[in-house]
Design a protein around this ligand. Sequence first.
Ligand SMILES: [Zn+2]
Length: 139
Amino acid sequence: MSEVQPPVPEPDALSAPFWEACRNGALEFSACDDCGHYFLPAGPCCPDCWSPCMSSRAASGRGHVFSFAVYRRTYHPGMPAPYVVALIELEEGPRLISNVVGCAPEEVAIDMPVQLRFEPAGDFMLPRFAPVGDEKETS
Ligand SMILES: [Zn+2]
């Protein structure tokens, strides 16, 4: 049985390094070299002080659910409902939109601790988050 892949990213010059890091098993965020602000997604300048001087840092992969929604309608055959779209706040501070996997949508809660888990999709490794303590490997 061939599985339908979930939609994959379309990297541009700014986001390509992020996706390349994901392929290497690292979730990277941007760090402003001038004011120390950490942020996602990557941009042409720091959203806090507009400095163009930035470097990237690897996230620990730990975070928590800042906000979420349960999608109960399938919009893409590779993302069958129900699934959870969540704003994840990394322990370093930056937030990113991702999916909570590894538990039923009904188990997801605000502030729930989660950990990074990469899941393959086409040529990409997508950063997703599972409840802390969920050690299941994806097949
Ligand atoms: Zn800055």
